[in-house]
Design a protein. Structure first.
Length: 265
């Protein structure tokens, strides 16, 4: 299996996961052109995509969906709440003929040789989910846009061979930055986004010897820096209650508008 970020951040998110025979996207929140460029870097195209899974209906996760569906008949999977949000956003009716499939948290969805398992998360959307994707014994996790986590989250993300996890903001940068108070409060709330520290704390609970790679994603352009996210998470692992050191695992930061390193598991 392979994991790569095509675009990541508050302005747009799209993640690729694939096996030898199956290719899926998690979210299409950036332009069709950016997604095509990212896929081309792996010798793929949108014509190779077997399914699109959506985490939630916010524009930085669905902005490119209608453009893609104009040209490609790719089935789209999302929860009932997210599908409602997608249809509400479709002011011109451009996705009326699209092939949408309703999914439910904790119910597995097979796509050829890949199985996708939605995971309930806390975020200020209608029915948001993270995803656990497996192919045989290989497992990949994608968890962004969650203001907090609990034992259920941890249990679902244990045993991953690779993971893309949110490290959205540095708390001090957010608190002293230009965002209005209500937006700061939303981001810091239980239905907001994970800070660098919280991302590291969650990772500390799911680390294991078989973890091949960690991608930090959904970084805020205004309230974070790639170097700061990396170092904060690394220090949390170093200082956390776990048997590992900060340099024991490959930790990479997903770029805003570039294909990330491809993690092979």
């Amino acid at each position: 299996m392979r994991l790569a970020s095509l675009s990541s951040g508050s302005s747009g998110n799209s993640i690729y996961i694939g096996s030898d025979t199956t290719n899926i996207l998690i979210d299409t929140g950036c332009s069709k052109k950016r997604i095509e460029e990212g896929l081309a870097g792996m010798d793929l195209s949108l014509a190779d995509i077997d399914a699109i899974f959506v985490t939630h209906e916010h524009s930085d996760h669905i902005a490119g969906l209608h453009t893609i569906l104009k040209k490609y008949d790719i089935p789209v999977y999302a929860t009932r709440g997210t599908l409602l949000g997608i249809r509400t956003s479709d002011k011109k009716g451009e996705m009326l003929s699209a092939e949408f499939h309703e999914i439910r948290a904790d119910e597995k969805v097979p796509v050829k040789d890949i199985v996708v398992n939605p995971i309930t998360i806390m975020h200020d959307a209608l029915e948001p989910v993270a995803y656990r994707i497996s192919c045989g014994k290989k497992k990949i996790g994608v968890a962004t846009d969650l203001g907090c986590y609990n034992d259920y989250t941890v249990d679902n993300l244990r045993g991953m061979d690779a993971i893309l996890i949110e490290a959205n903001h540095d708390v001090r940068m957010l608190q002293t930055g230009p965002y209005p108070y209500q937006l700061k409060r939303r981001i810091l709330g239980e239905k907001g986004h994970l800070s660098n520290e919280k991302s590291g704390e969650l990772l500390c609970r799911i680390l294991h010897d078989g973890l091949k790679g960690i991608l930090l994603g959904h970084l805020s352009k205004e309230n974070n820096l790639p170097e700061l996210a990396y170092e904060t998470v690394r220090v949390e692992i170093e200082m956390g209650e776990n048997p590992y050191h900060g340099n024991d695992f490959p930790i990479m930061v997903a770029a805003r508008n570039e294909l990330s390193p491809v993690i092979e598991v």
